[in-house]
Design a protein around this ligand. Structure first.
Ligand SMILES: Cc1ncc(COP(=O)(O)O)c(C=O)c1O
Length: 340
């Protein structure tokens, strides 16, 4: 799994790739707990998962030299304001707002700090500039749609250097421990997991990696997501009631596509009524067996969220689009008529 992930994703030979406990959350938490505190930290957050990492650094690790660069749902923080002399924590693709960083150009090549990137809904669907990233994490179930279990953790040589030169002042539970006797525990990165993995989940992920290679590797995976996104984009551009939550086209996620409702009738509703309408649209589609769980994330503005990763067929998305119009028109007619 480590070798296949490395070759499909084009991870440099001098980076470590490991299988660690507790999915993407486990991988990202152990990176933060093991590496942060040596210098100041810039925390970027523009949706719920990024905000979760901010909470951890500020309220659990209680780091003091912290700058928060926030943005509301639909936008990105000011990337030009990031200080790469500091460690930088960010999410490549904000899964709950459908906003991603456009590329890695904003990341300094000659940085003194480390970049810690939660890439769970980006890896296997978007280009990741490995030379700009010191920590990268993802889960098995996200873009490749496998079973959840362990997470993947990638460390650059500079991240390893930090591990071997800095010991955090807080206790380190066994499942977070990346070092042994002051040195990086290399066995984790050779497949000797800290705790027992599920071999069913491992086999399932190996299957997904085989499929990825068979269809043409990373370029083919990215092309599939891009084509899926293009289906939704074409529909949105002709829609008179739906729009992307992501304002800037360069930041629109091609995996977790988040839509808001811009119909004047909807916009005139009170906040709780808007939430109820968006939920009714999603549940109508669910009831028809057309689409499951496509309501916006609970903390996000009301709307729809459609998964468009590589495992989804573009034809299925094409088939979905008219159903969205039907569902919205149905809910609007029912609620509009009730109000009248
Ligand atoms: C950006 C991001 N970070 C973290 C997570 C949590 O991942 P996991 O459930 O694999 O721990 C998710 C899950 O959707 C996510 O999208």
């Amino acid at each position: 799994m480590i070798e296949d992930s490395r070759s499909i994703l084009g991870i440099p030979d001098d980076y470590l790739v490991g299988i660690v406990p507790a999915s993407d959350t486990g991988a990202f938490e152990m990176a933060m707990w093991s590496l942060l505190g040596a210098r100041g930290v810039d925390l970027l957050a523009w949706e719920s998962f990024g905000q979760g990492w901010v909470t951890d650094v500020v309220k659990q690790l209680k780091l003091e030299d912290v700058r928060q660069l926030d943005a509301p749902y639909g936008a990105l923080p000011d990337l030009a304001g990031v200080d790469f002399d500091r460690d930088v924590v960010f999410t490549w693709n904000g899964t709950t707002s459908g906003v991603r960083v456009p590329d890695g150009d904003w990341i300094a090549a000659d940085r003194a700090g480390l970049t810690l990137c939660d890439a769970t809904s980006a890896a296997f669907a978007m280009d990741l500039p490995w030379d700009k990233l010191d920590v990268v994490t993802w889960s098995w179930q996200k873009v490749l749609g496998g079973e959840a279990q362990h997470g993947m953790l990638v460390l650059s040589p500079r991240a390893v250097e930090r591990l071997e030169s800095y010991t955090p002042p807080w206790p380190m539970p066994k499942i977070f421990r990346l070092t042994k006797g002051g040195k990086v525990n290399t066995s984790i990165f050779e497949g000797s997991t800290i705790n027992t993995p599920s071999m069913l989940c491992v086999e399932d992920h190996l299957d997904a990696l085989d499929w990825s290679r068979d269809i043409g590797g990373l370029d083919a995976l990215i092309a599939r997501s891009d084509a899926n996104f293009a289906v939704i984009e074409a529909w949105v551009s002709a829609s008179d009631w739906a729009a992307f939550l992501a304002d800037d086209p360069a930041t629109r996620s091609t995996t977790s596509v988040c839509l808001k409702i811009v119909d004047p009738w909807f916009e005139a509703l009170a906040d709780d009524e808007q939430g109820a309408v968006a939920k009714a649209v999603a549940s109508l589609l669910d009831g028809e067996g057309v689409a499951y769980d496509i309501g916006a994330y609970r903390d996000a503005p009301p709307g729809l969220r459609i998964w468009a990763g590589a495992t989804v067929e573009a034809d299925d998305l094409s088939a979905l689009m008219p159903w969205l119009d039907w569902a919205y028109a149905t809910v609007k007619a029912e609620r509009g008529a009730a109000a009248a």
